[in-house]
Design a protein around this ligand. Structure first.
Ligand code: 4NP
Length: 158
């Protein structure tokens, strides 16, 4: 067996967007029987919520669509830049914060998640934390679209 592809999703708090990307992408990878070849994780650029499960509103929006979020928040560590092959920033602030601390040798691993979005729109996955329930639903919609594209991309490179 070849080495797994290691994928890290990164947002600010690691309690809304990146845990959703981790959970939805893993579920869709399992459906396509691609999960065995992947290591999937998420982290936050900030440390305020370390150790917490995903936000209850985010968990509820995911549960409604058949996805269960099981991750606990952690902060991005220096070792992540070495360990992961692909690092997806949920918005441009996250991308900037990652690039600011990423060693030169690993900078090409960092990408904006919404570059994968087949629908035109903002380059950022909007932060739902301070808004209403529709914001959490929108996160699930966008994450599903981008995750499917990422799986297509990975399948075509095997
Ligand atoms: P996330 O959302 O980055 O998608 O996990 C946020 C969660 C918490 C905070 C900001 C964004 N916060 O400021 O506590």
């Amino acid at each position: 067996m070849s080495d797994p592809t290691r994928i890290l999703f990164v947002c600010l708090g690691n309690i809304c967007r990146s845990p959703t990307a981790e959970g939805v992408f893993r579920a869709l990878a399992e459906r396509r029987e691609m999960a065995a070849g992947l290591v999937i994780d998420s982290a936050g650029t900030g440390g305020w919520h370390v150790g917490e499960p995903a936000d209850r509103r985010m968990q509820a929006a995911c549960r409604q669509r058949g996805y269960t979020l099981t991750s606990r928040a952690r902060q991005v560590a220096d070792a992540d830049f070495e360990r992961f092959d692909l690092i997806f920033a949920m918005d441009r602030d996250n991308e900037r914060d990652l690039l600011a601390r990423c060693p030169d040798a690993h900078r090409a691993k960092i990408r904006l998640f919404r570059e994968l979005d087949p629908e035109p729109g903002s380059p950022d996955l909007p932060d739902p934390y301070y808004g209403g329930p529709e914001g959490f639903e929108e996160v699930v919609n966008i994450v599903e679209r981008c995750s499917k594209r990422l799986l297509d991309e990975l399948a075509s490179h095997r």
